[in-house]
Design a protein around this ligand. Structure first.
Ligand SMILES: Nc1ncnc2c1ncn2[C@@H]1O[C@H](COP(=O)(O)OP(=O)(O)OP(=O)(O)O)[C@@H](O)[C@H]1O
Length: 725
């Protein structure tokens, strides 16, 4: 079914639908038109292509339990459909419309926008919930959240009973969470309609007869699954799968021939430009394009897609350097980064208007690729590359590699322009290269380590992982490898059941299973304080930075924190030094000055202040979790032996021993690796190490490592090393 008209030859030319549906807007017309901004928002909403098909969309949702909606970027899907559903009565009886997003930043910013459109404060009628940050209340009826968060909610409420509709947005991204969610929602929907047929209330998981989520093992004792005495009136669950660039057929087939509707038209055109020839240095090409746009194009902000934090930091420095050489009047360019590891408040700065007279240039990873509207963006610069996860189950090796985007990603990127007016997108590759791109990105589930997801599925009561109804099955080898890993970590029993308490505790922590295990073990090794810091620091990217021009200076600064035992303790030293510094300042000075001083301290020590803030944030959040779980928060003090032993007991799958030629052999995979030059152990080269990250460039490097005694391996991880001998 096609709504509106379609011009296939000019996919980005405006298809404006300026006939808002009279019924649909009637109830909104009595909203107070208090400010010019509200008036503008009301006008903007009316002019969205989706506004003219509200009534028909609602009819389709009423008729179909599962609906696939494909509509161009900016047509209004994410912000408007939940409001349509609210007005159509899908939230009566206190029910909630839930919308999942693959990324936190989208969930947060879209919720803010929709709350503003509705004229309510965020957290009331409209809210969001993402890992470690919940802005909802009992009155929330439209709830934006990450796909991972909804999966976690299913642990507490397997029937997701408070939701009347769940919208899986940006389904084309095929994140591992979206894929698992799809299988889960299919079953939840089935279970809910069965319970209606049987006239049952969803008051207790044990009554579930479809073989899914048998909850008798837990009965809520561990804080998971249904709360006792919780009686929820059975009602059907509607599912909507949504995207601008979706292979509707795959999803429709998966959902047994579900209906797909297309919403035609976007509000504003986006002109696409390609380079004449391939660019050899895309970073340089991006820089040149930024300055060209800044000097030649009409006012309007710029969004540049880069591959990661380090690249973004480097480009930020280069822009500032080049700007300083321009005449004063051309220097009015504000540079703002946005990437996943950036603390939320700093990410939000990208959404604020540039100072008067300035043009804003946002340097983003693919977290800004879908769903979001960054006000002011008129120009998108897309080098056509993305950092993607890749996993070799045979070797158990996960790495991040830079690969070309898919067509669907390119489309999403260009769709970030043209949202408030006409836009331009500069693709830094020739047009014929675009034609060669894959249509869509390979689902993440086929290229990542599955232990996290399997742990969650197990906690949800899904016993037969190989038989789980995945939209696309991961390889058998990948599933088995991850089951093996979970078994070795003690999360699964001999008969592949979730172990109690270890497995259940691990599933409760919103962390990678090895990190979760490290924290649980650390409470037994009396070093939970140290392990919390280590996990937080390892979860933040690039704490130290080594600018090429000041390399030696940076290395000397890093040495002042260095521990002869390795990088983990070095990171702990940095964290503690920062905490001491901040605690002293808090007493002595005001907040703005503190922040300034903190940044200065970081700069002097060649520490990335954003990463350190992020680590402190993560630390605060996981500390809350472990305290709730009742783990013993002790410190091993000066004696770091216990901490190093705990590293072995936790990360034993990442042990490596030195070979005669100075390289290392990773014991679990047999791969030959080298110590990364950034490690404090780069020159020392101890006999046996535990590492946290393996990265592949021209060589295979290990990063974040600690010197350990190889005898500890059999002593502390006999389940693996005794078997090997
Ligand atoms: N924060 C915002 N500030 C200004 N305008 C906004 C904002 N959020 C949304 N809009 C307006 O609403 C329009 C529709 O946004 P919405 O996110 O609903 O579209 P969409 O169809 O879901 O797009 P996509 O497929 O890219 O996610 C935008 O093009 C823009 O005009």
């Amino acid at each position: 079914m096609v709504f509106g008209q379609r011009d296939r030859n000019k996919p980005f030319v405006a298809r404006r639908n300026y006939q808002p549906n009279a019924n649909a807007n009637a109830n909104r017309n009595n909203q107070t038109h208090s400010s010019p901004r509200r008036q503008k928002i009301i006008e903007q909403r009316k002019s969205l292509p989706i506004a003219s098909v509200e009534k028909r969309l609602i009819e389709e949702v009423q008729k179909n339990d599962i609906l696939i909606i494909v509509g161009e970027t900016g047509s209004g899907k994410t912000t408007q459909i939940p409001q349509f559903l609210f007005h159509a009565g899908f939230c009566h009886d206190g029910k909630v419309v839930g919308i999942t997003q693959p990324r936190r930043v989208a969930a947060i910013t879209v919720a803010k926008r929709v709350a503003e459109e509705c004229g309510y404060e965020l957290g009331q009628k409209v809210g969001y919930s993402v890992r470690f940050d919940d802005s909802t209340s009992n009155s929330t009826r439209i709830k934006y959240m990450t796909d991972g968060l909804l999966l976690r909610e299913a642990l507490l409420d397997p029937y997701l009973s408070k939701y009347s509709v769940i919208i899986v947005d940006e389904a084309h991204e095929r994140t591992v969470h979206t894929d698992v969610l799809m299988g889960l929602l299919k079953k939840v929907q089935h279970a809910r309609s069965n319970s209606i047929k049987d006239g049952r209330n969803l008051d207790n998981g044990n009554k579930n007869t479809n073989g899914f989520m048998l909850l008798d093992k837990d009965n809520g004792q561990n804080g998971s699954f249904l709360r006792k005495g919780h009686r929820e009136k059975s009602s059907p669950l509607k599912l909507i799968i949504m995207s601008a660039s979706l292979d509707a057929r795959t999803f429709s087939e998966y959902f047994g021939g579900a209906k797909a509707v297309h919403i035609q038209g976007r509000q504003f055109p986006v002109d696409i430009f390609y380079t004449r020839r391939p660019e050899t240095d895309y970073v340089d090409a991006a820089l040149i394009t930024i300055f060209q746009v800044h000097q030649d194009e009409a006012p309007g902000d710029i969004l540049v897609f880069l591959t990661g934090q380090e690249e973004i930091d480097a480009v930020e420095r280069l822009i500032k350097e080049r700007l300083s050489k321009l005449p004063q009047e051309n220097q009015k360019l504000q540079v703002l980064p946005i990437y996943a590891a950036l603390p939320s408040e700093q990410q939000m700065r990208a959404f604020e208007p540039a100072p008067s007279g300035f043009r804003k240039v946002i340097l983003a990873t693919n977290i800004a690729e879908t769903s979001i509207t960054i006000p002011g963006i008129k120009h998108v610069i897309d080098p056509g590359l993305v950092k993607a996860r890749s996993y070799d189950p045979g070797k158990g090796m996960e790495s991040l590699i830079v690969v070309p985007t898919s067509k669907s990603q390119a489309l999403q990127r260009s769709g970030r322009a043209g949202r408030e007016g006409p836009g331009k997108c500069f693709r830094l590759y020739p047009e014929n290269e675009f034609e060669k791109l894959e249509d869509s990105t390979m689902p993440e589930i086929k290229r990542c380590n599955l232990s996290n997801v399997i742990l969650q599925l197990k906690a949800l009561g899904v016993d037969d992982i190989l038989g789980f109804d995945f939209i696309e099955k991961p390889s058998r080898t990948a599933i088995i490898k991850s089951l093996e890993q979970l078994f070795l970590l003690g999360a699964l029993t001999d008969d592949c059941q979730l172990s109690d308490p270890i497995g259940r505790q691990m599933a409760r922590l919103p962390l990678d299973p090895v990190y979760a295990k490290a924290l649980i073990l650390a409470s037994q090794f009396n070093c939970l304080e140290e392990m919390l810091i280590a996990v937080a620091m390892l979860s933040a990217e690039s704490i130290f930075y080594f600018p090429r021009e000041k390399y030696e200076e940076a290395r000397t600064a890093a040495k002042s924190f260095a521990s002869p035992e390795g990088d983990h303790i070095t990171l702990i030293n940095v964290y503690r030094a920062a905490t001491d510094f901040l605690e002293k300042r808090t007493i002595e000075t005001n907040k703005t000055k503190n922040e300034k001083d903190f940044r200065k301290w970081c700069k002097e020590n060649f520490i990335n202040s954003r990463s350190l803030r992020h680590a402190r944030d993560i630390h605060r959040q996981i500390q809350g979790h472990v305290q709730q779980m009742g783990l013993k928060l002790a410190s091993c003090g000066e004696d770091m032996l216990q901490f190093r032993r705990c590293l072995v007991a936790s990360f034993f799958l990442n042990a490596a021993v030195k070979q005669p030629d100075g390289t290392y052999r990773a014991l679990a995979s047999g791969q030959v690796v080298q110590i990364h030059p950034s490690s404090v152990l780069f020159r020392k080269k101890p006999e046996c190490i535990i590492f946290n990250e393996l990265i592949q460039t021209n060589n295979k490097y290990v990063r974040d490592l600690t010197r350990v005694d190889n005898l500890w391996l059999t002593e502390l991880a006999p389940q693996f090393y005794a078997m090997q001998n």
